[in-house]
Design a protein around this ligand. Structure first.
Ligand SMILES: [Zn+2]
Length: 108
């Protein structure tokens, strides 16, 4: 399994999200993963699930639980969609969802 595939599964990424790059700084004990979605991608409205066009986006960073002795960060431009029924809505990102009752990521 490729490293990219491993992180893709570990972060529960689904299209259109993809890994743009990894940056591993051994001296700083830090792993950064940048995520992206292709231009023109549609995202689900969090209220009704309709596929909607992106209204705008903002870069956000999440701090993950440590990856062994390394601090792990995720950065992505997270879109807001314009839903015909619900207006402007923030997109839910899969890596920030809780599946076990404990969030693995904290937005910084
Ligand atoms: Zn909606």
């Amino acid at each position: 399994m490729r490293t990219e595939d491993l992180f893709h599964k570990a972060l529960s990424l689904a299209p259109p999200w993809e890994i743009a790059r990894f940056q591993f700084e051994a001296r700083q004990h830090r792993l950064d993963i940048s995520l992206t979605a292709p231009e023109g991608s549609a995202f689900a409205c969090p209220q009704c699930g309709a596929a909607c066009a992106v209204h705008d986006s903002a870069e956000k960073t999440w701090r993950h639980l440590d990856f062994f002795q390394y601090q792990a960060f995720i950065t992505a431009r997270v879109p807001r969609v314009l839903c015909p029924s619900h207006g402007i809505q923030p997109v839910e990102v899969p890596w920030a969802r809780s599946t076990s009752g404990t969030r693995a990521f904290v937005r910084v």
